[in-house]
Design a protein around this ligand. Structure first.
Ligand SMILES: NC(=O)c1ccc[n+]([C@@H]2O[C@H](COP(=O)([O-])OP(=O)(O)OC[C@H]3O[C@@H](n4cnc5c(N)ncnc54)[C@H](OP(=O)(O)O)[C@@H]3O)[C@@H](O)[C@H]2O)c1
Length: 354
């Protein structure tokens, strides 16, 4: 008789938001898991497909309020938290202390130094003991630690595209880690589903703009990981832009070469080798540059390279989907690693095109 394997039970907190909705879409495609609990405060009691009509498979499931007095912690093995930062801290701590696996998509556990978190997020970090046990969930850097982790801090969307664009060059000291300039353009879903005047269609469409210059909260997160790879404390310039599209982040990185005799072909070979075994990072052939369209709805990060011999700079361009490799897809990749599933399970889709 065929052995019936029990599926891993999954809860998605903040399932009515953009990242939570994308998690539900992807989890439905995963053969090893079953979603058993979804939360929303504002839409509690409503069926999932009344909030997300495209998620037809969830028509029998309704959102619930977060309420640990009702035994919610016992209703899943692994909890995805797609909640706003500050809100995730106590929820993650409670579940972690109950022995549950937690993947937190918010910024609450990404910064290893709580003082840096408190400075940039202007709020106390109340869960410092648990912060120490958290693993930063960028598989391309921390895969072996993620395998053993109970609490994973899923990286921010901008940091994912920026850090993946720099790892090979920094590891091989091809560029100076000082004086890096990182310029990113994001689709509007990066700001979440809660409406704000500056995010409505008439404000966004027909133009695009930079925002949070020199103060964006993803700056310390990028600096933390660039410093870890470089082995020294790095400060850098990061400028985000909001473009009139729904999803996607295109990042352009400007880095000064350490050896100006190094050719583009040699640098390209370094990148190709560094990512040869990475299932979700694709270094494009020379002369091709990434487009957000080619990664839409996928967990891929595309990387393109050029050298400017007039300025002795390496130019790196990366493209990700902010909701997939930048959030829900990477969260599932982390789940696959934590649970010992094949890493691409449920997230091996190609882009929707055009
Ligand atoms: N959007 C992205 O591209 C992206 C990428 C990487 C990481 N993230 C991170 O992922 C998290 C979710 O982002 P998002 O873009 O999905 O945001 P969102 O669309 O605004 O969704 C937020 C979710 O959290 C719930 N929520 C809000 N306040 C709450 C509270 N006080 N208590 C309990 N639940 C609450 C909302 O439920 P209601 O139905 O009650 O409003 C909703 O389900 C954030 O921490 C964000 O920084 C987002």
């Amino acid at each position: 008789m065929k052995k019936i394997e029990k599926k891993l039970q999954i809860a998605v907190f903040g399932a009515s938001g953009y990242a939570g909705g994308e998690l539900l879409r992807l989890l439905h495609l995963h053969p090893e898991v079953a979603v058993t609990l979804v939360t929303s405060e504002k839409s509690a009691g409503k069926p999932v497909d009344s909030v997300f009509p495209h998620l037809t498979a969830y028509n029998q499931m309704a959102f619930e309020r977060i309420d640990f007095t009702s035994g919610q912690a016992d209703r899943a093995d692994l909890f995805f938290l797609a909640l706003p930062h500050k809100t995730a801290q106590k929820t993650a701590a409670f579940l972690f202390n109950k022995g549950k696996c937690v993947i937190d998509l918010s910024a609450d556990f990404r910064l290893r130094n709580p003082a840096v978190y408190e400075k940039w997020y202007q709020t106390p970090h109340t869960e410092r003991a648990i912060l120490k046990k958290t693993v930063y969930g960028l598989p391309e850097l921390y895969r072996s630690k993620i395998r053993r982790a109970k609490l994973v801090a899923n990286p921010g969307c901008y940091p994912t595209g920026a850090v993946l664009g720099l790892i090979p060059a920094l590891r091989k000291s091809l560029v100076e880690p000082e004086n890096l300039v990182i310029d990113s353009k994001s689709g509007v879903s990066g700001a979440g589903r809660a409406g704000r005047q500056e995010l409505i269609f008439s404000e966004i469409s027909g133009g695009f703009k930079a925002y949070s210059l020199a103060v964006h909260r993803h700056t310390p997160e990028i600096e933390q990981e660039i410093s870890a790879v470089s082995g020294r404390d790095i400060t850098l310039d990061f400028t985000p832009h909001l473009v009139p599209m729904n999803r996607g982040i295109l990042t352009t990185i400007y880095a000064r070469l350490t050896d100006t005799k190094m050719t583009l072909k040699e640098i390209h070979t370094v990148y190709r080798r560094a990512y040869a075994k990475e299932p979700f990072v694709k270094v494009l052939p020379l002369g091709q540059y990434p487009s957000t369209k080619n990664v839409q709805g996928t967990n891929f990060c595309h990387v393109g390279l050029q050298v400017n011999p007039r300025t002795d700079r390496l130019l790196v361009v990366t493209a990700i989907d902010n909701l997939t490799k930048g959030a829900a897809g990477q969260a599932l990749q982390n789940m696959n690693i934590m649970m010992g599933y094949e890493e691409m399970t449920g997230i091996n889709s190609m882009a929707v095109f055009p």
